[in-house]
Design a protein around this ligand. Structure first.
Ligand SMILES: Nc1ncnc2c1ncn2[C@@H]1O[C@H](COP(=O)(O)OP(=O)(O)OP(=O)(O)O)[C@@H](O)[C@H]1O
Length: 212
C-alpha cells in the first residue's frame, strides 16, 4: 500500500512544514533532529492535524485534498497510532484498554488474540494499567495500536519513554509486530539501530522539510 504526502502545514505559533514523500515500503522511517517536524508529519497522516494546502493519499484513497475541500476524519482512516508516551486509560485494566481500540474500530477477533500473543501480555490482561512497569505499558500500547486491524500503523519513538536498559527488549517487540502483521508501519525513531534493522525506506526531516 502506498502512502504519499505533498502538503504544507503551519502551527499558529510559527513552525512550518513542507512534507513531500511517497513510500510503498512495509516499514518507512522518519529520522531527524528533535523539533524537525517528525511528529507533526505523523499527526497529519493520522488526521489529527489538517494541512493548509496539498494532498495526502493512502493507496487509492485521498485522505486530504485541500483544493477539493476533502478531509477524511481520523476514525475513518483506520490508522493505529502509538504515541511517544503510552496514552493508556489509567483507571482501566489492560484488557479494557485493548477493548477500547478494538470495539471502536471493529477489529477482527483473531487480531486481538494475535496481538496479545505477539506482545506477550496474556498474563497482564487483568492488571490495572497503573501497576505496570514502563516496558509493560509500552507493550500494551503497541498491542492497542494493532488490535483494531489498522491499515497503517504509526509508531512515534516507541523506545524513548522506557529506560535505556529496556530499550533493546522493546525494540525486539516492535520488530516482532512488523514481522507478524502485514500492516505497513511509519516509524519515527532516534535509534539508528532500530531504523537500520527495520526500515526499507528512510526519509530525513530537517527544519520542516523532507528528503529521501
Ligand atoms: N501544538 C504546537 N503548537 C505550536 N508549535 C508546535 C506544536 N507542536 C509542535 N510544535 C513545534 O513544531 C516543531 C516540530 O515539532 P515536532 O514535534 O513535529 O518535532 P519532532 O521532530 O517530532 O521532535 P521530537 O524528536 O523532539 O519529538 C517544533 O519546533 C515544535 O516546537
Amino acid at each position: 500500500m502506498s502512502l504519499s504526502l505533498n502538503c504544507t502545514f503551519r502551527y499558529e505559533q510559527g513552525f512550518s512544514l513542507h512534507a513531500e514523500l511517497a513510500s510503498d515500503a512495509h516499514v518507512t522511517a522518519l529520522c531527524g533532529a528533535s523539533g524537525s517536524g517528525k511528529t507533526t508529519i505523523l499527526m497529519l497522516i493520522a488526521g489529527l492535524l489538517q494541512p493548509q494546502s496539498g494532498v495526502i493519499r493512502y493507496g487509492e484513497t485521498s485522505w486530504v485534498d485541500v483544493a477539493e475541500k476533502k478531509f477524511v476524519p481520523p476514525h475513518q482512516r483506520r490508522v493505529g497510532v502509538m504515541f511517544q508516551e503510552p496514552r493508556l486509560f489509567p483507571h482501566f485494566n489492560v484488557q479494557e484498554n485493548l477493548n477500547y481500540g478494538f470495539q471502536r474500530r471493529r477489529g477482527e477477533a483473531t487480531q486481538m488474540a494475535k496481538a496479545v500473543e505477539t506482545l506477550e501480555i496474556g498474563d497482564l490482561l487483568k492488571r490495572p494499567v497503573g501497576s505496570l512497569s514502563g516496558g509493560q505499558k509500552q507493550r500494551v500500547a503497541l498491542a492497542r495500536a494493532i488490535v483494531s486491524s489498522p491499515e497503517l500503523l504509526l509508531l512515534d519513538e516507541p523506545l524513548t519513554s522506557v529506560e535505556p536498559s529496556l530499550q533493546e527488549r522493546i525494540a525486539e517487540y516492535v520488530k516482532r509486530v512488523a514481522k507478524e502483521f502485514a500492516t505497513p508501519i511509519v516509524l519515527v525513531s532516534h535509534s539508528v539501530e532500530l531504523v537500520e534493522q527495520m526500515a526499507e525506506r528512510t526519509f530525513w526531516v530537517k527544519d520542516g522539510s523532507v528528503s529521501g
